[in-house]
Structure formats: structure tokens, C-alpha cells
Design a protein around this ligand. Structure first.
Ligand code: NAD
Length: 471
């Protein structure tokens, strides 16, 4: 890829001679590339380009927009190997998994919109009114590093499909796949200005994007801290916003569940992408009399997850994405030990033979106080908290006892019972007895986990304003 040192504005790759930001390889700490730390003036030009392009793009037919999405899908499929490798190096996800998830999911999501769009009603008759669903305007997309292309695609595809134009500010830690996306879109029939890519610091170009009066909506995925800033900035100008933020999801194992299957399912979910997953099931809630057995099973499951270089086909647990993130996770592990939780597996020492790169041992804490810091705050690393509960009401209270509400799980031998408990969890999605992830179902959070929904028709509606014509 030749364009990593550039900006993509108004359909042109522009050279950048200002300051740059290093992109590191998670497994070694080596510098892989330098990307622009663009200035506010560059972001303003990108917004201007998107604003100018909006009028014509918003009036295209669905067929024209679908044709671009099909070209995009072809490009994502052709360049899947390159996407997987770039993300694996930057984020640390094992390559084998990165092929399926980091490269496979963006293509699958794009395809799901291509299939769904022809059936979406962009207008409907309600009595004497024609209700029209019309594009919201210029959308500013701001994204994090953990699933860097997936999170971009969940915004860019439905926004363009709705008839909006886009300015993307990708994560500075894992930007390569956003550049591959820009290269793919550059070769489609998408008119100049409809998609723009400006890399740089959140506090500079991100801040310009959320405050600029010509941006009608901000679609953000990232930390709750940044989401809070965005909601405040958007409120000043009555901008629309959609926020996908952090989580501290509970996996509730009911007394009649298959404990072995529940612990295995929870551990593998918690450790996916080394725990750098917003929906990770990081709190395992078990009946008090099964706590020790659950800890033993969790220790056995994490023992199989020895950390290693993500480029090796046999590796199941890679490093974290940055030195800062590794240090943050290690601090949490030390806080857990100091607070008196039982260290069942792992710990704050570097894994053997892996003193370079950003590796952390898969760690399990038992007897965790549900109100303690490690049980309340998002750690975003390979750390599982096992929490004993007294009865079902106690389990539901603990599960709902954080500021978050993104995901969850319920395990029971009785499917109806599991569904009933799932319905009491204050969270945007619940996996019942290991139910499969569904990209057509809405995804988003309650409380501090989010505002709005992504995926499927709900993800498209975020980018549409509603107008009634009274006839
Ligand atoms: P972050 O909030 O630090 O950064 C996310 C993006 O916001 C980056 O592009 C960053 O440059 C930008 N940004 C930072 N400060 C900004 C500012 N002042 N103004 C405008 N933009 C700014 O988050 P991160 O550390 O990159 O990502 C990890 C977080 O993302 C975790 O908390 C995780 O739970 C969350 N996340 C949520 C979901 C979800 O769908 N709910 C998905 C993935 C990650």
C-alpha cells in the first residue's frame, strides 16, 4: 500500500508534509508505518468536499448506490488477505481469526446491506401522508482500533447507502485497513467528495469533525469517555449522533446450566482479540456453591490460550494493540490482586519468552466483589472476573449493576427460563445458551454503552431523517 502517508480528500490522494504518527506492530513494538497527523485545515477541506458532494449523491437512485456497494464488496473480497494481515499486525489478533473476522466480517456486512436495501421502504403512505426517509447529510465517522475495518464499514456502508456523504477519521493506532478501504472506494464509481479519509489525532481532527457546522451527524465507536465529549459537542449544535461505546458484559450461569459448556463459551468470548472486544463477556456470574469448580474450569480453558505471535497459524492469543493498552491492563490486574480477589490464572508478569511487544497473560480472578474496580470498569484485555451469586435475583442485580449495558449471556438447561432471565438484563444483546451472532439483528448499548443501533435496517435508519408530505 503506497498511500499510508497521504490524505484522501475530494477523490484525490494528497501528499502530506506535516507531522506524522507512528503505527506499531503489536507483537514486536516495531514501527510499521507513519500516517499523517493532519491539521484542522485539512479536516475542514474534507468536510467542505463532502458538503459539496452531498446534493448530487443524495439524489442518486438506489440502483446507483447499490452498484457502488457491489464494487466495494468485490474490492473487499479481493484484498481480504492484505486486510487480515495489516490488522493482525496492528491489533494483535491471530491471523487465522483475523481472516474470518477482521477481513471476513466487513465483506459480509457489505453484502448484507446489498441484499437488504432493495426491500427497504424509503417512503411509505400513512393515511393522507407520504412519509419519506431522506439522508441526514454529511456524516463524520470516528472509529477505534480493535475491529478497525468492521467498525468503519458499519458506518460508511449504510451512510453511503442512505445517500449521505462521509468524512472518516480512523483510529491512529490501526489505520491501515481504512486506507485500503479508501483505495477500493477510489476505484469505484463513487463521485469525488462522497468519501474522505483524514488521519490524525482525535483532539485535533476528531474535534474539528464533531464541531463543524456542515457536519449533520457524528457516528462514533470508541470509549465512553470520548463518546461523552461527542454527545456534549453535538448538543451544542443539535447534531445527530450515534455512539457505540464500552461494556462490562455479564455471563449468567443459572444453577441448572451445563457449567463446563458455559465456562468454555464465556472464556473463549472473553479472550477473543485478547479481550479487546467491546461485547466481551468479562464477568462470569456463577452460583456460590459452584464458584470453585467454575474457577477450575476457567483456569483449564485459559491454560490452552498461551500467548504467541499472531502471524503464526497455531496462535490463539495474540498481544494487545499498544504499549499504553498493555500497561493499562496490567494496572487493572495489579488492582485486582491488591483488592483481594483470588488470582486463579495469569497475572501481571510478561508471558515467558515474550518480553517484546504488548503481550499480557490470560488472567482469571475468582471471588471478585461485584462492586470492585475490576468488576465495574472496562479493562479491554484478557481478564475474566468470576463472581459468585446467591440466587437468581442476586444474579440479575449483579449483572445489571454496572453503568454499561452492551452485551450479556444466559446459560440454563431450560431454554424458557434462560429467555426469561435474558429479558431482565438491561443490555442491547444477550446470547442465550451460546446463540450465534446475527449481523442482521440490531447492535448497540443501554446506558453508558451507547446511543443508537448499528447493523441491518436499524443501522441504516440512523442515517435517515424523516419527512412527512401531507397530501
Ligand atoms: P477512544 O475513544 O480513545 O478513540 C476512538 C476514536 O475517537 C479514535 O479515532 C480517536 O482518535 C477518537 N478521539 C479521541 N479523542 C477524541 C476527541 N476529543 N474528539 C474526537 N475524536 C476523538 O477509544 P479506543 O481506545 O480507540 O477504543 C477502545 C474503546 O472503544 C473501548 O472502550 C471499547 O469498548 C470501545 N468500543 C466499542 C464498540 C461498540 O460497538 N460498542 C466497539 C469497539 C470498541
Amino acid at each position: 500500500m503506497n498511500n499510508l502517508s497521504k490524505l484522501y480528500i475530494n477523490g484525490q490522494w494528497e501528499d502530506w508534509n506535516g507531522e506524522t504518527l507512528p503505527v506499531h506492530e503489536a507483537a514486536t513494538g516495531d514501527v510499521l508505518a507513519q500516517v499523517p497527523a493532519a491539521a484542522r485545515s485539512e479536516m475542514r477541506r474534507a468536510i467542505e468536499a463532502a458538503h459539496k458532494a452531498f446534493e448530487a449523491w443524495s439524489e442518486t437512485t438506489l440502483e446507483q448506490r447499490l452498484s457502488v456497494l457491489k464494487q466495494l464488496h468485490t474490492g473487499l473480497t479481493e484484498r481480504a488477505g492484505e486486510i487480515a494481515e495489516a490488522i493482525s499486525r496492528e491489533v494483535g489478533m491471530p491471523l487465522k481469526l483475523a481472516r474470518q473476522i477482521q477481513a471476513g466480517l466487513p465483506a459480509a456486512i457489505t453484502e448484507s446491506y446489498i441484499k437488504m436495501l432493495p426491500d427497504f421502504a424509503f417512503s411509505e403512505q400513512v393515511g393522507n401522508s407520504e412519509v419519506q426517509y431522506t439522508p441526514v447529510g454529511v456524516v463524520g465517522c470516528i472509529t477505534p482500533w480493535n475491529y478497525p475495518l468492521h467498525q468503519v464499514i458499519l458506518k460508511v456502508v449504510p451512510a453511503l447507502a442512505a445517500g449521505c456523504t462521509v468524512v472518516l477519521k480512523p483510529s491512529e493506532i490501526a489505520p491501515s485497513s481504512a486506507y485500503i478501504l479508501a483505495e477500493i472506494l477510489d476505484r469505484t464509481d463513487l463521485p469525488a467528495g462522497c468519501f474522505n479519509l483524514v488521519s490524525g489525532l482525535g483532539q485535533v481532527v476528531g474535534d474539528e469533525l464533531i464541531k463543524h457546522p456542515d457536519v449533520s451527524m457524528v457516528s462514533f465507536t470508541g470509549s465512553t469517555r470520548t463518546g461523552h465529549l461527542i454527545a456534549h459537542a453535538a448538543a451544542d449544535d443539535f447534531k445527530r449522533y450515534a455512539l457505540e461505546m464500552g461494556g462490562k458484559s455479564a455471563s449468567v450461569v443459572l444453577p441448572d446450566a451445563d457449567l463446563k459448556a458455559a465456562v468454555k463459551g464465556t472464556v473463549s468470548n472473553c479472550l477473543l482479540n485478547s479481550g479487546q472486544t467491546c461485547t466481551a463477556l468479562t464477568r462470569l456470574l456463577v452460583p456460590a456453591d459452584k464458584h470453585d469448580e467454575a474457577c477450575q474450569l476457567a483456569a483449564e480453558a485459559v491454560a490452552k490460550m498461551t500467548p504467541g505471535n499472531p502471524m503464526e497459524e497455531t496462535t490463539r492469543l495474540g498481544p494487545l494493540a499498544s504499549a499504553e493498552q498493555r500497561d493499562r491492563v496490567l494496572d487493572f490486574i495489579r488492582i485486582g490482586v491488591d483488592a483481594g480477589a483470588t488470582l486463579v490464572a495469569g497475572g501481571p508478569e510478561a508471558p515467558e519468552g515474550l518480553d517484546q511487544g504488548y503481550f499480557v497473560k490470560a488472567t482469571v480472578f475468582g471471588n471478585v466483589d461485584p462492586d470492585s474496580k475490576i468488576a465495574q470498569e472496562e479493562i479491554f484485555g484478557p481478564v475474566l472476573c468470576v463472581i459468585p451469586y446467591q440466587d437468581e435475583a442476586d444474579a440479575i442485580r449483579i449483572a445489571n449493576g454496572t453503568a454499561y449495558g452492551l452485551s450479556g449471556a444466559v446459560w440454563s438447561g431450560d431454554a424458557d427460563k434462560a429467555k426469561k432471565v435474558a429479558g431482565k438484563l438491561r443490555t442491547g444483546q444477550v446470547f442465550v445458551n451460546g446463540g450465534a451472532f446475527n449481523p442482521l439483528a440490531p447492535f448497540g448499548g443501554f446506558g453508558h454503552s451507547g446511543v443508537g443501533r448499528e447493523f441491518g435496517k436499524w443501522g441504516l435508519e440512523e442515517f435517515l431523517e424523516v419527512r412527512s408530505l401531507q397530501l
